[in-house]
Design a protein around this ligand. Sequence first.
Ligand code: ASP
Length: 439
Amino acid sequence: MNRIVCKFGGSSLADAAQFRKVRAIVEADARRRIIVPSAPGKRNAGDTKITDLLYLCQHGASVRTDLSGPFGQIVERFVEIEKSLGLKPSIAEQLEALHAELARGVTPDYAASRGEHFCARLLAQYLDAEFVEPADCIVIGANGIVDPRSYRLLGERLADSRRRYVVPGFYGRDGEGQLRTFSRGGSDVSGAIAARAAGAELYENWTDVSGLLMADPRIVEHPRPMAEVTYAEIRELSYMGASVLHDEAMAPVREAGIPVCIRNTNEPDHPGTRIVAKLSPEVEKATQIAGIAGKTNFSMITIEKNLMNREIGFVFRLLGVLEHHGISFEHCPSSIDTVSVVMEAEELESKSELVIEEIRRTLEPDDIDFVPRIALIAIVGEGMAHTVGIAAKVFSALAAASVNVRLINQGSSELNIIVGVAPEDYPTAVRALYKAFVE
Ligand code: ASP
C-alpha cells in the first residue's frame, strides 16, 4: 500500500481537543501510516510552547535556579492531555524522571527533544500506533543537517506498511551517538526524512493555515491561497521572506520527487497547497505567477566607473572587499559601467564606512552610491519564462502606483523578477503587483 507521512505542528497538538482532531484526520485515510508530531505549541497568543519551557528549565538547572515554575507548566500540560484523552496514567512518572535528569544536568538539545518525545509517546498510545525512537535511526551530521544514512536506517524501522508508526520530530543523534536536535522548527525536516525513508507517496504537513498565500496577508487583504506551487518556486518565495517550511525540509522530498501538501488541522476539508516538481497543465494555464514575496532589510552599494567593462577582475576585487569584511552578498546586478551589490542591511551595519573606504581605495571608482535601506520584492513563477509581457506588467503596475524602481534583477532561471524600491514604497508596490497579476 502507498503510504502518507503526516507531520503535525505544535498548534495541531497544543491540547487534548487538538489531539482529537489529529486522530480524526489520521483515521480518515488508511494510507496515513507514519505520523510525525512536534511538541505541544501555543494554545493561544499568550501561551508558551513546551519547547521554550524546556529550554528554560535546562538553562535554569545549569545556573542552579528553581525549576518548579516552568517545569510545573510542562507537567500540567502533558498530564491534562493524558487525562482528557483517557490514556493510561504514566506521564507524570516519566516527567519526574526527566526532572531529576535536568537537575543533574543535560544538554539543551536533550532537554528540548523531550517535548517531541513525550508528545509522541502520548500520541502513539492514543492512535494505538508503534513509537519509533529517532535517536536510533536519524543521524544528524556535524553541520546540523541530516546524514543520508538515516534514510536506510529509518526506512528499515518503518518497513511494515500494515502498521501505524509515530516518530517524534525535531531530533536524532550525531555521529558519536549523542542526542541532537535540528534547528528550531525542525520537525518539518524529520517529516521530510520519514517521507523519503518510507518511500511515501505524499508528505502532508498539517499546520494552522489552509495552505500558502500568494502574498503577505499583513500587506494584501485576503490574498488568494496557492493551489499548487513547484519546489523551485517555494525556494524563491521562502528565500524572499515567505514563511513556508523549514529551510532544510524541502531537499529530502524534492530529491525523491515526493509531493508535499500543506494543510490545516482546524479545517481538514480544505485541500491546502500542493508542492510539486511540475505544475499540472490546468494550474499552469490558470496562473501567471506563483506569488509575491519581499523583505525591506537590504542595503545597496552602487559603483560607477567609466570603461569598467575593460578592467579584468573588477567585480572579483569588489566582492573581495566584501569577503575581507565577512559580508555575504545577495545580488549583484550590473551594466557596462556600473555594478551594484545588495546585501542584508544587518551584514553591513557598523562596517559600511570601512567597506566604502576600501572600495574607493582598491577600485578607484568615478562614483559610489550607498543606499542604507532598500526593499526587494520578488515576483515568482515558473510560467514567466515563456509568457510575453510579464516584465511590462510589473513595471507598468509600479509606474501607475507612482513607485520608483531602484533596481531590477531577473534570475537566470527566469523563475523570478526582483525589483528594489524604497522601504516606504514597499506596501504600495506589493499591493500594485498583486492587483496586476492576481486580481
Ligand atoms: N518544537 C520544536 C520548535 O519549537 C520543533 C518543531 O516544532 O518543529 O522549534
